[in-house]
Write a protein that binds this ligand. Structure first.
Ligand code: FEO
Ligand code: CA
Ligand code: CA
Ligand code: CA
Length: 653
């Protein structure tokens, strides 16, 4: 019964109403359970969550991390990746960041005389990264549980040793005290969203790595003008404090969290440590001893995720990504190697084959609905040592500083690109633009692909490649404009109603089954604009196709191109999360019967540890008494949620 469900043409559930309820609200006929939450032990021998923040730092090498975000389910059969298996698999989950005041420590994070206690910093370092856990269906039904003690269960953290792969490997700009050859990295940070490969590995992406890095005051005097241009473009001016204070405890091992020049030559200091973050990291979940690899050919920026097009035998691997910062870009990687299905389960050599050699492009969205992919290759189109914006030394330099290469090519500045997805039925690509307070219409002008002033509620852009998926021209439109049904913030151009209005789209995922005119599309929100009315949410959609609408104009008079307006039948709210959370990370088993999603940072707004008062008590307030790992706890925790139908049927359609 692992067969994919039959093609369907309608959403089958009743829309969930907007709500401030401090729980996950799903449609009638659906149920939820908690798979794992911050601090849950993955192995035997560690105590269950105390609800007091007394877990040791060291134990987080075997506990679920904080800030659940992107994730992917890999079906497993006989210990190997099997894309058709639903009942058993490996679930990879990103632990994007720590909500510092919360569950990790007894009474929130502390700073004494400007210094963070080393044991708190160690715990925070280990609560970042990603987890891999084995999951399996429970004895009855389609609900799933973590297999505690599985040999596959594994934590990757901000301290895990990793290798570099691709053209930047060994670059002088990656050389540092921990890796004099510039071939290794130590830790991955702020891994937000994700991707997956057809050979069965997980791609996890470093986004807001500025959270963990500072740069000493006066450091500019030690730097070349070129270095200062690059550091400024990537948001690290001299004198910027490390936001978490990870560079403040006594001890040499904490100096690496400050990217400053010290006496001596580069290998003896951490001046380049900043450049070792901002990459796509490949993890092989089926080989628990394998070393993660930072795949440099995909470029360095605030990598939200890495979204693959469905692999086709004999054609290149194509991966889309977005740089989630205001006025940043959309990228596309095309491998040199052509896909050979015999490479499934091939391990690290296969990752290097497809991800270390290829071409990186950046997107230009023209106002007439056409678009082009601009190549970012050293020695072409003025990307060289004579470049006026930044003198590029080689391809490693182009990849380490691809924002600057993209600037010089005239790419389109977008309203914060977040998740993307490729419709498995027609190859069309969707990407959320979550919002952009800097799109003021003057300093940052409006354009057809980012046409609303202030863009408080975000939108979803989609495009169709001309020719093959690897082509360099495309046609685009705006699939949906986020808005409140009452139109109080951004203009409600898509005509959203109470059953489907949303703000700040972030997570986006096509599940791999057929539905209507396209794959079934899931949309999640990470919002601060509509939260006076509702908690963040997830919607299900049956999208149309690029070009099914036409020309439109915003109230500011900016021409745009939008898809056919949705109806209550084609876009519908599927769930609403607990208070003060973000809904993110979504994956569905191949048979369509089990859906995983993540609740990130519930109740992050305020806390009183003396009285155990928080704005959310989830998941402890929703877990049934039989769920002893979570029931009754007061501290809010990020967690992975399993959604199933009570009748065991397929979800959503
Ligand atoms: Fe971590 Fe752009 O979201
Ligand atoms: Ca987040
Ligand atoms: Ca996100
Ligand atoms: Ca976001």
């Amino acid at each position: 019964d692992d067969a994919p469900p039959a093609k369907a043409t309608a959403l089958s559930f009743a829309a969930v109403a907007k709500t401030h309820a401090d729980k996950v609200t799903v449609p009638a006929g659906y149920q939820v359970s908690i798979l794992h939450a911050l601090g849950d032990p993955m192995q035997f021998g560690d105590a269950s969550w105390s609800d007091k923040g007394t877990e040791t730092a060291e134990s987080y090498d075997r506990r679920i991390g904080d800030g659940h975000d992107g994730m992917y389910f890999f079906g497993m059969k006989d210990g190997k990746f099997d894309a058709g298996t639903s009942a058993s698999g490996l679930l990879c989950v990103n632990h994007e960041y720590v909500v510092q005041p919360y569950g990790l420590h007894p009474a929130g994070s502390t700073t004494v005389d400007g210094k963070r206690p080393a044991d708190e910093v160690e715990k925070e370092i280990r609560a970042h990264g990603a987890s891999v856990v084995e999951v399996k269906r429970k004895a009855s039904g389609t609900d799933m549980e973590m297999v505690r003690g599985s040999k596959y269960n594994r934590r990757i953290t901000s301290a895990t040793e990793m290798a570099f792969g691709g053209p930047a490997t060994g670059s002088a700009k990656l050389v540092n005290k921990l890796s004099p050859t510039g071939t290794q990295a130590f830790g991955m940070n702020n891994n937000c969203a994700c991707g997956y490969t057809p050979w069965g590995t997980y791609l996890t992406c470093e986004e807001n790595f500025l959270n963990v890095i500072g740069r000493a005051a006066g450091d500019d005097a030690q730097r070349s003008a070129t270095e200062i241009v690059a550091l400024k473009r990537y948001g690290l001016p001299e004198g910027r404090k490390n936001p978490y204070g990870w560079d403040t405890p006594e001890g040499e091992q904490y100096q690496r969290w400050n990217s400053k020049v010290s006496a001596g030559s580069a290998p003896q200091d951490y001046r380049n440590i900043f450049n070792t973050f901002g990459w796509v990291v490949e993890i092989d979940p089926f080989r628990p001893d394998s070393k993660p690899v930072k795949r440099s050919a995909l470029g360095r920026f605030n990598h939200e995720g890495a979204w693959p097009a469905p692999a086709k035998a004999g054609e290149p691997i194509v991966i889309y990504s977005g740089d989630d910062a205001r006025n940043e870009y959309v990228y596309k990687f095309v491998s040199d190697a052509k896909w050979d299905p015999k490479d499934v389960n091939g391990g690290a050599a296969v990752g290097a084959k497809y991800l270390d050699k290829g071409t990186l492009y950046v997107a230009k969205f023209n106002n007439d609905g056409s678009g082009e992919w601009l190549e970012l290759t050293f020695g072409k189109n003025g990307i060289d040592a004579a470049n006026k914006i930044y003198p590029f030394a080689d391809q490693a330099d182009v990849l380490i500083h691809c924002r600057l290469a993209a600037d010089s090519r005239g790419a389109t500045k977008m309203d914060r690109p977040e998740w993307g997805g490729v419709n498995p039925l027609n190859g069309e690509v969707y990407m959320t633009m979550t919002n952009n307070s800097q799109r003021d219409g003057t300093k940052v002008p409006l354009d057809a692909a980012n046409p609303r002033k202030g863009n408080q509620n975000g939108h979803i852009v989609r495009w169709k490649e001309e020719g093959s998926q690897a082509g360099t021209k495309f046609k685009w439109d705006v699939y949906l404009f986020g808005a409140r049904a009452d139109g109080k913030q951004s203009e409600n151009l898509s005509g959203l109603t109470d059953v489907n209005d949303f703000s700040s789209p972030d997570g986006l995922y096509f599940d791999q089954r057929a539905a209507g005119a396209g794959g079934l599309l899931w949309i999640q929100t990470d919002d601060g604009a509509y939260t006076d009315v509702t908690n963040c949410m997830m919607l299900a959609a049956l999208p149309g196709r690029v070009g099914d609408g036409g020309a439109a104009k915003t109230k500011e008079g900016q021409a745009t191109i939008m898809g056919a307006k949705p109806t209550d039948a084609t876009v519908r709210r599927f769930l609403v999360g607990p208070f003060d959370c973000e809904i993110t990370g979504v994956v569905v088993t191949p048979d369509g019967k089990t859906l995983f999603f993540n609740v990130q940072h519930p109740g992050e707004a305020a806390a009183d540890f003396a009285t155990n008062t928080f704005t959310s008590h989830w998941p402890g307030n929703q877990a049934p008494a039989s769920d002893t790992a979570h029931a009754g706890h007061k501290r809010p925790r990020s967690a992975t949620v399993v959604v199933t139908r009570t009748d065991g049927g397929v979800i959503g359609i």
